[in-house]
Design a protein around this ligand. Structure first.
Ligand code: URA
Length: 241
């Protein structure tokens, strides 16, 4: 359930503030009845009318982007840096599902569907995120074991589902490591390695749930198929009893 003014604004009809004015001025009906209280809660299923006309819901769009380095994961930036939204031409108000750092590359989903976003972000769904990290130094067995046993981040113990050293390069003194996490804390992978004394030099997200980078080069994007969207909806776990 959402507040009426929020749903009207989300449909793209007008801003939230203008929607509030419409509501106060008795111009909005929900399921045939005037709704003039700002606290009214409605769902996608309710029929909203404004001045006697049924409000069309905004068509949902879903994208998978191979995020390049040097682009920020927000919808706008006060420093005028390029954002992930600039890479996808659409008139819908899409936004990124979760965040990748400015210098992180790889799988990023974008949509204007709040429910789809909740499913992928809700901690109880434990959506798997696979990263490849290039780290400075040779990752020792002790450090790997410490990470595997769990690291405290924001007062929560995070324990990767998998941590695997893929390659060690003694010449450049770097290691390539695959790590799978199910949380989505800010800078989580970098903080995990920092906590055992290693700096992440490069970070790429290879996969989120079943979405990978197949056929997408850096900066490329594609629309999700209806089947993929339905598959995400089938992952919903958080309001099952
Ligand atoms: N963890 C990080 O440290 N950075 C990201 O961008 C994603 C996960």
């Amino acid at each position: 359930m959402e507040r009426l003014q929020k749903l009207i604004a989300q449909s793209g009809y007008t801003s939230r503030r203008k929607a509030e004015e419409l509501i106060i001025n008795n111009r909005v009906k929900v399921n045939g009845k005037v709704a003039n209280e700002l606290g009214t809660k409605v769902s996608e299923k309710d029929i909203i009318e404004i001045d006697g006309k049924i409000l069309e819901k905004e068509t949902k769009e879903y994208y998978l982007l191979n995020k390049p380095r040097g682009v920020i994961t927000t919808t706008s930036d006060d420093k005028n840096r390029k954002t992930v939204i600039d890479l996808i031409p659409t008139d819908k108000r899409i936004y990124p599902v979760g965040r990748l750092d400015y210098d992180t590359t790889g799988v990023l989903l974008l949509t204007n569907d709040g429910e789809f976003t909740n499913i992928l972000m809700h901690p109880s769904n434990k959506i798997e995120k696979v990263y490849t990290a290039k780290i400075k130094g040779i990752l020792t067995k002790e450090a790997s074991d410490t990470i595997r046993n769990g690291i405290m981040i924001d007062e929560v113990k995070v324990q990767p589902l998998r941590l695997k050293t893929k390659k060690i390069d003694k010449k450049t003194n770097t290691s390539i490591v695959q790590i799978i996490i199910t949380e989505g804390k800010n800078h989580e992978v970098k903080r995990i390695f920092e906590s055992v004394g290693y700096e992440v030099l490069k970070l790429k997200r290879e996969k989120v749930a079943f979405f990978d980078l197949k056929d997408l080069t850096s900066g490329e994007y594609r629309k999700l198929t209806p089947k993929e969207v339905a598959k995400v909806y089938s992952l919903k776990n958080y309001d099952k009893k």
